[in-house]
Design a protein around this ligand. Structure first.
Ligand code: HEM
Length: 505
């Protein structure tokens, strides 16, 4: 190798070394305690080497030894400075009291080439978010859900029929069954489509829906950029949904919109909201709702956020119940009492089932399905700026991502004694005074929390009551002992398939 090349390499190495030292000193210079970063990876080595998922990496940062008393921690996502919030009061300040500085999520996809990702309610940035959220919220009022409840009961009965067709004492991959149930529910509630996932093993809709959360190396790369380096989203042309998923949702939604326009049917569901947005946009040439993809984007996020979260909640509850016979028997007794001689439980009655509520709350305590919550700080160009007072007299730089590890907080023994234990008694009325509900955030926190919370809880509960009414779930030789999270997934998913034996009772 010539001397010139060696000299060039040495110079580049020195420049890189100086740049990195300065970059990785950012929080220390502001007087904020930081976790020592590794070269290049920053504090994300385990995520970037595909050992753990993003939310588990945030949990590891939250739990770094030596930082137990810190209200917040300075971290580096590769070279990008970010903050992990630990203190519950500070979390409330950021997420609720000072929400106007934190209206956006930190993650971003490509604004130019990813219309389905960029424009949906989860990704969309303010001020568009505020407008969209207020347009879509009416779909989720309790009155609207109540109106839809008879459709939900039908799917509950389909679930029972599906289970009855299985051979006696079957060993089943329980997630698949739960996902069929929630896929059928979301399809009928949001779009008025009969997806037939429960009645037809080969349902096309179900196969496509499952593809949404499929993990692969290329999807892993897309999400690495979306989560950590959104500034490169346009350059790398990443997409929030795969090509197959995008085509599938475009196809189904164009069909549904066209059918609904033709029939004039009014169901007051998501499709009606989308059609109203489309009509309103006609007089405004710049309105994004003139583009089909803008409408499809909203459907895509409902379809994905709506089925996976609730089916995971059901699956993880059933897994825990298979290890806790007493809890399962007590719950089944309550279910039988509430069914009485009917073949369903009324909307008001299912909401008031106390033990079922305790059980689902405890599942979401031990397994907060999203794993973490995030926002981005935007400082105004004029007027009062956000500071980290009273903890630090420091302005948080505009563009800083902030993270809350709900998984770490939900398993912190200061708030939840014996946190690995699955114990619905934590939520019993007599223990209410011992609960610190600030340390409970399965649906996020503040004005940008989960819009589908009511529906998510209801569909998880409905699935459980129809599943457990006539069936007992048992561990079998293929059942894993404990849940290990899948390293490449974006929400809490077990690495191993969960098999359970289903006994008719
Ligand atoms: C057990 C079920 C569910 C859980 C645990 C869950 C959890 C979450 C969490 C943690 C967030 C982020 C909140 C934050 O940043 O503060 C979120 C946002 C969201 N969820 Fe859910 N979710 C569930 C069900 C649903 C359902 C059924 C739907 C729709 C059909 C839905 C649609 C959304 C949307 C659209 C957002 C973004 C809201 C916004 O940015 O304005 N979720 N969810």
């Amino acid at each position: 190798m010539s001397t010139e090349i060696l000299l060039l390499i040495a110079t580049l190495a020195i420049i890189f070394y100086i740049w990195q030292r300065r970059t990785y000193n950012f929080w220390e210079r502001l007087g904020i305690k930081q976790i020592k970063p590794s070269p290049i990876f920053g504090n994300m080595r385990r995520f970037l080497t595909a050992k753990v998922s993003f939310y588990e990496q945030i949990k590891l940062l939250h739990n770094t030894p030596g930082f137990e008393k810190e209200p917040l921690i300075g971290v580096y996502l590769l070279h990008r400075p970010g903050v992990v919030l630990r203190d519950l009061e500070l979390i409330k300040t950021v997420m609720i009291k000072k929400f106007n500085y934190f209206t956006n999520r930190a993650l971003q996809t490509d604004p130019h080439h990813d219309p389905l990702g960029y424009n949906n309610l989860f990704f969309v940035r303010n001020p568009d978010w505020k407008d969209l959220r207020s347009k879509i919220s009416p779909v989720f009022t309790s009155g609207k859900i109540k109106q839809m409840y008879p459709l939900m009961i039908e799917i509950g009965k389909n679930l029972e029929n599906h289970l009855e067709r299985l051979p006696v004492d079957s060993m089943i991959a329980i997630k698949n069954t739960c996902a069929r149930f929630t896929t059928d529910l979301i399809a009928t509630l949001a779009f008025g489509i009969n997806a037939n996932s429960l009645s037809d093993v080969n349902s096309e809709f179900f196969k496509n829906n499952m593809g949404i959360f499929e993990v692969s190396l290329s999807r892993g790369f897309d999400f690495m950029i979306i989560f950590m380096l959104p500034a490169l989203a346009t350059l790398t042309r990443v997409k929030a949904f795969s090509k197959n998923t995008s085509n599938f949702v475009r196809r189904s939604i164009s069909y549904v919109l066209a059918e609904r326009e033709k029939s004039g049917l009014v169901r007051k569901d998501l499709v009606d909201v989308l059609l109203a947005m489309k009509r309103e946009a006609v007089a405004e040439p710049d309105n994004k709702a003139n583009q089909l993809d803008y409408l499809v984007a909203q459907a895509a996020i409902f379809q994905s956020a709506g089925f996976e979260t609730s089916s995971s909640t059901m699956t993880l509850t059933l897994f825990e119940l298979s290890h806790n016979t007493e809890i399962q028997d007590r719950l089944r007794q309550e279910i039988k009492d509430y069914f009485g001689d009917e073949d369903h439980i009324d909307y008001e009655r299912i909401q008031e089932m106390p033990y079922l509520t305790q059980v689902v709350n405890e599942t979401l305590r031990k397994y907060p399905i999203a794993g973490y919550v995030e926002r981005e700080c935007i400082q105004p160009s004029s007027g009062e700026r956000f500071t980290l007072a009273p903890y630090y007299n420091v302005e948080l730089p505009s563009g800083t991502p902030v993270y809350v590890s709900t998984l770490a907080i939900h398993r912190d023994e200061r708030y939840w004694p014996d946190p690995e234990k699955y114990d619905p008694e934590r939520f019993a009325p007599e223990n209410r005074n011992n609960l610190n509900m600030d340390a409970y955030m399965p649906f996020g926190i503040g004005p940008r929390n989960c819009i589908g919370m009511r529906l998510g809880l209801l569909q998880s509960k409905l699935g459980l009551v129809h599943l457990l009414r006539n069936h007992r779930v048992h561990r079998c030789e293929k059942t894993v002992k404990s849940i290990q999270f899948a390293p490449m997934s974006i929400v809490l998913i077990s690495k191993d398939e969960i098999f359970l034996k289903l006994e008719r009772v």
